[in-house]
Structure formats: C-alpha cells, structure tokens
Ligand binder design. Sequence first.
Ligand SMILES: Nc1ncnc2c1ncn2[C@@H]1O[C@H](COP(=O)(O)OP(=O)(O)O)[C@@H](O)[C@H]1O
Ligand SMILES: [Mg+2]
Length: 236
Amino acid sequence: MTQGLHLNEVSHHYAEGSNRTTALDRVTMSVLPGEFVAVIGPSGSGKSTFLSIAGALLQASEGKVKLNETDLSSASAKDLSRIRLHEVGFIMQSSNLVPYLNVTEQLLIVKKLSGKVTKDDKAFAAQLLGELGLGGKLTQYPDQLSGGEKQRVAIARAFMNNPQVILADEPTASLDTKRAHEVVSLIAKEVKSRRKAAIMVTHDERMLAYCDKVYRMEDGRLSLSESRSALAEAVR
Ligand SMILES: Nc1ncnc2c1ncn2[C@@H]1O[C@H](COP(=O)(O)OP(=O)(O)O)[C@@H](O)[C@H]1O
Ligand SMILES: [Mg+2]
C-alpha cells in the first residue's frame, strides 16, 4: 500500500468570465509519513491553491491526488468532507480559536463534530497540549493566551483527530521570531513523533531549517529547491 500524500501532474485552472488562470501547472510531489516539507514562493504563485487541493478542500482540474489508498481526484463530495474531518489537520496563519471555549474544549470540539467525546479523547487532548507546553493552560480562554500560545493550541487541534496529513499555511505570519521558532519546531517534533505527512507554506526562510525538503513554487510550477542544509546555511 502506498502511504502518504501523492500529487501527480496536478494542474488547476480558475475560470473568471472569459479569463482562465492556471494556478497550478503539472505539479508532482510525494510526502511520506514522518516527512516535513516546505513550500516557498512569491504571492500569487499558487501555494494556497496547492494546499487546498492537498487538503481535499478543492478538486484539481487535472492530475491525480492520492492520500494513502484514497484517490482524492475522483472522490465524491461526501468522501472529501469525511477526509477533511478525519485525515487532514490544518494550521492556518491565524489560530481561529473559538472565543468562548477553553483550551481543552478547542480540541474536544473537533471530536464532537465526528461523534461523541470519550475518556480517551480527553486524555489524548491533555497529552497533546502537554507536549505543546500548554499543560498549565488547559482551562484558559483564548483572550488569556499569547499569540504563540494560541498558535500552539491550533497545532494541538490539528493533531486531535490523528490525521494522516498536516497542512500549514504561513503558520508563523503573525508571530515574532522567537515564537515562530517555537511554533515550527513543535510542528516538526509532532510530525516526526506521530509520523504525519506534513507540508508547510512559508515566506520565512529561517523556518526551512526544520524541514526535510524545500520546494519552490513559481507561476504554478513546483520544483525541488537546494537541500535544506544549504538553505539553512544561506540564511544564517
Ligand atoms: N478563487 C479564485 N478565483 C480565481 N482566481 C484565483 C482564485 N484563487 C486564487 N486565484 C488565482 O490563482 C493564482 C494563485 O493563487 P494562490 O494559490 O492564492 O497563490 P499564493 O497562495 O501563492 O499567493 C493567482 O493568480 C490568484 O489570483
Ligand atoms: Mg496564499
């Protein structure tokens, strides 16, 4: 069985009136369990479109997308929504926490959406939050947390359903340097220890040192960039 996330010759076109924008142009990428991959590239180059397709939010115009054994390119809307809920964890630029839920409840709501919350779920939420350094904040509300802490809650939430894939879109955009390093190193740690296939879109070259591979997106074309260590060297 093929594990992980596999995109093969994926293209995507947006139609606006008589105009057609090719946002992705024959993109091929494989991410294996335990692999943390970065995608960099200028604004408008297709990064968010790429993540939306990888995360089953959008179906590609052409090409194949496979998550483990499931073919996302031909899945029904119902299957895609199940996959988004159970197999994909999203971490966005802003943490998007629910203001009236405490830290633990932010994670349990994910379980409530897919059924009922068990004792094991509560224990898993507490474990994840502990790993992310939030053990002392379990009953705090979002307005009592710093920006870095909120983003760490969002990371824990992304792992709560034990998804196969973790997708992060500019997760450090609203953080200072120290918090950005904390957040990305924690994502990397969880991705490794829990063996997720993970992709992070970032503008921040300093964060590439935490990734196994770096791809560059330009005008919808994806290419493998220089090795991570060469890049880390270059930004030092
Ligand atoms: N919903 C949409 N409708 C039409 N064009 C879009 C839409 N979303 C993105 N685009 C276009 O597709 C291209 C890639 O956009 P996007 O994936 O958001 O890039 P990035 O995340 O790298 O900034 C851009 O030219 C953008 O204008
Ligand atoms: Mg974007």
